[in-house]
Design a binder for this molecule. Structure first.
Ligand code: C5P
Length: 315
């Protein structure tokens, strides 16, 4: 059986608001998610055994059963036991380009690629909605990663409604290599820090929803108004992550001083991104940030908004 190679793009959050708590222990969110061209490549190969194995050269990516890509294959094997018996085990090779623990959904997009890839490899023909339901069992961002593009995400992040694609804006991503933020820590800390207001808001979820500020960003996306898109970026997690990690706050300030369309921390961080109209502007922002912060631990990428989720790699 031929191997299947898939492109698994990263995501950024153009908007992230924590609305309240949920009975399942997760948090109710309002987000605008956006794929970017920075991507991992996932290759699936039948291995002729009954085992699922993960291979990844990146030192921070576990190759054991805790890897979300492993868990995705395991979920497929359990859900489609007949196909698993017929085709046997699989080797999952992860070519990691997306930084780890970064707020860019690197683990989620790998899991999404395994779901999409095994469906193709085993010839099952699962609908995208069914794949997204499976994905939601693995992580809140997995359903978005399958579809990609630009979308509003509500619920715990898995309820999606697509938005029109934003034109080819450029994106500068910046992350301190040695700094990672745990999403679980970020939610816990946000909750503790804003407990008083937060619990009240939880009780009045519908009031909070009515006061949501995402409308202006969504209108700007509808109207392809790049200036307004840049001005309306928002992320509740900045309140705690920028305070906990002053170097990330300084990084965001350095980016903002370069006059981008807008800049924001993505997800629970610590990656900060800037939007730019042209590649020249994005390159200039990256160069200026590098000159203000010459720290070799700081890594910068220039990429683009991307209009696809998981897809087969070109040959
Ligand atoms: O869904 P996922 O596994 O990616 O979530 C990672 C962490 O973030 C979990 O600890 C979960 O409790 C928390 N989370 C949350 N509310 C969400 C999404 C994630 O509390 N809507």
């Amino acid at each position: 059986m031929r191997p299947y190679s898939l492109i698994a793009p990263a995501k950024i959050n153009l908007y992230l608001e924590i609305l309240g708590d949920r009975s399942d222990g997760y948090h109710e969110l309002a987000m605008v998610m956006q794929s970017v061209a920075l991507a991992d490549q996932i290759t699936l190969r039948a291995n002729g055994t009954a085992r699922i194995q993960v291979f990844c050269d990146h030192p921070d990516v576990p190759a054991d059963q805790t890897n979300l890509a492993y868990r995705a294959a395991d979920l497929m094997a359990n859900t489609y036991a007949e196909a698993y018996r017929q085709f046997g085990g699989v080797d999952i090779r992860i070519d990691k380009q997306i930084p780890v623990g970064a707020g860019l959904a690197g683990g989620s997009t790998n899991a999404a690629a395994v779901l999409v890839g095994l469906d193709l490899m085993w010839g099952i023909g699962i609908t995208q909605i069914e794949l997204q339901d499976l994905g939601a069992q693995l992580g809140s961002d997995v359903p978005f990663c399958i579809a990609g593009g630009t979308a509003i995400a509500t619920g715990r992040g898995e309820v999606l409604s697509p938005l029109p694609p934003v034109d080819q804006l450029y994106v500068v991503l910046a992350k301190y290599q040695s700094l990672s933020v745990s999403t679980a820590w970020a939610y816990k800390t946000y909750r503790q820090r804003f407990e008083e207001a937060y619990i009240r808001e939880g009780d009045r979820l519908s009031d909070k929803r009515n006061a949501m500020k995402s409308g202006a960003l969504v209108s700007a996306i509808d109207q392809a108004d790049h200036g307004q898109i840049g001005k309306r970026l928002y992320n509740d997690f900045e309140k705690i992550v920028l305070e906990e990690h002053p170097q990330v706050a300084a990084l965001k300030a350095a980016m903002a001083a370069c006059d981008p369309l807008g800049c924001l921390m993505s997800g629970s961080g610590p990656t900060v991104f800037a939007l730019a109209e042209t590649q020249e502007q994005a390159d200039r922002i990256a160069t200026e940030v590098r000159s203000v912060i010459p720290d070799s631990d700081l890594k910068l990428w220039v990429t683009q908004l991307y209009h696809h989720g998981i897809h087969l790699a070109p040959h």
